[in-house]
Ligand binder design. Structure first.
Ligand SMILES: Cc1ncc(COP(=O)(O)O)c(C=O)c1O
Length: 392
């Protein structure tokens, strides 16, 4: 079983170096909408792909700061090409628009980011059908139809952190000539490299661990040139490019990805073990715990289990809010993967517009909490959780 990951050394060094003739150790932020040509021959060489020195002609197509980060991300994921986007959702929507056409069918696993699901439903307007199935290989296999074009799953899923058996799903997809896309936002290349298992494309909300500081919105798609390039063309039309300032912040964040994720893996495990023994906690979902339904799969696939811990507080909606309100370290906010710990009562943060009965049908009870651990010390987080759980 593969447990490939990138190391902190790779996070610092991959595709680094002396940038663009400036010999700067960091990639300069290049602010330019158009990029100039020396003469007509230079322009024609560029148009015909013979120009080596120039990567950019116009800022909606690409930009040297963006390209530098894309090269780093491709190296970290082990991909031929990585494409940055203005958000994770821009990566998802651009990919679906590129790959799918009327009559196609897609399979999405349940327990996934709500907006991805919403977009799948939206595509129904264009004659694209979607089945949402439980995150198990068998459920995916049963849902495959002759018109199935792609299988899309978060790995692990959100908020319950389930794992599909990627090896099995890749096999099912190969047999049926279907593409597999993994949203690896929660895993990061430090814990899992889906392309090495045979997944065709990897997506991240780079807003989360990759950026890592809760200060940017970006997305990335990585895979073969053949699959990513058409999505790049779509991006150029949709205009959802990542701007150079954001790319710079992302490139800087990537250098510390290895140390951040190592700390978050360790704290995630410590916090999950603490919560599992706490009398005021009904149930903990963390793949590093033997009690998690995906523990064995996660153990085979993952180098570490990440910084998100999901749990049920003993008590009512109000008891859960009281606990959340008494936390002093984690801020109440959506998102995850950054240096600051964040917490959400999932029913409120992500599903407040739905009635309780619909939330529960989606598997979101009132007492469900998602804690996204940052890089604070685990013992401080545990002491904070302990005092907040005592509050009434
Ligand atoms: C797993 C996952 N994928 C995609 C997205 C969308 O990313 P973004 O917020 O960068 O558009 C999110 C956002 O929370 C997410 O959690």
């Amino acid at each position: 079983m593969s447990k490939a990951r990138v190391t902190s050394t790779e996070c610092v060094q991959a595709a680094g170096g002396k940038h663009h003739g400036t010999h700067a150790i960091t990639s300069p932020i290049v602010h330019s909408a158009p990029f100039c040509f020396d003469d007509t021959k230079d322009l024609i060489d560029f148009m015909e792909g013979r120009s080596e020195r120039r990567q950019a002609e116009y800022g909606r197509m690409t930009n040297p700061t963006v390209t530098a980060v894309e090269e780093k991300l491709a190296a970290l994921e082990g991909a031929e090409k990585a494409q940055l986007f203005s958000s994770g959702m821009a990566a998802v929507t651009s990919l679906f628009f590129t790959l799918l056409q009327s009559g196609d069918h897609i399979i999405l696993t349940s327990d996934s980011y709500r907006r991805t699901r919403d977009f799948g439903f939206f595509l129904g307007k264009f004659g694209i059908k979607m089945d949402i199935v439980d995150p198990f290989a068998k459920a995916i296999e049963d849902a495959v139809q002759p018109s199935t074009r792609l299988i899309f799953s978060e790995i692990p899923t959100n908020p319950y952190l389930h794992f599909i058996d990627l090896h099995e799903v890749v096999e099912i997809a190969r047999k049926n000539n279907v593409l597999v896309v993994a949203d690896s936002t929660f895993a990061t290349p430090c814990n899992l490299k889906p392309l090495e298992i045979g997944v065709n494309l990897v997506i991240h909300s780079a807003t989360k661990y990759l950026g890592g500081h809760n200060d940017l919105i970006a997305g990335v798609l990585a895979g073969s040139d053949e699959l990513v390039q058409p999505v790049t063309e779509m991006l150029m039309t949709l205009g959802s490019i990542c701007d150079p300032n954001t790319a710079f912040l992302l490139g800087r964040g990537l250098k510390t990805l290895g140390v951040r994720v190592a700390k978050q893996n360790a704290s995630g495990q410590a916090v999950a073990e603490f919560l599992e023994k706490h009398p005021r906690i009904q149930r903990v979902y963390y793949p590093g715990l033997e009690s998690h339904p995906s523990h064995d799969l996660a153990k085979n696939l993952m180098y570490g289990y990440g910084g998100v811990v999901t749990f049920l507080v003993e008590g009512s909606f109000d008891d859960t809010s009281t606990f959340v309100d008494h936390l002093e370290i984690p801020q109440i906010a959506p998102s995850l993967g950054g240096v600051d710990s964040l917490v959400e009562q999932v029913a409120i943060m992500s599903f407040w517009n739905l009635p309780k009965s619909e939330r529960e049908a989606l598997g979101i009870p009132d007492n469900l909490v998602r804690l996204a651990i940052g890089i604070e010390e685990a013992e401080d987080l545990i002491a904070d959780l302990d005092q907040a759980l005592k509050a009434r």
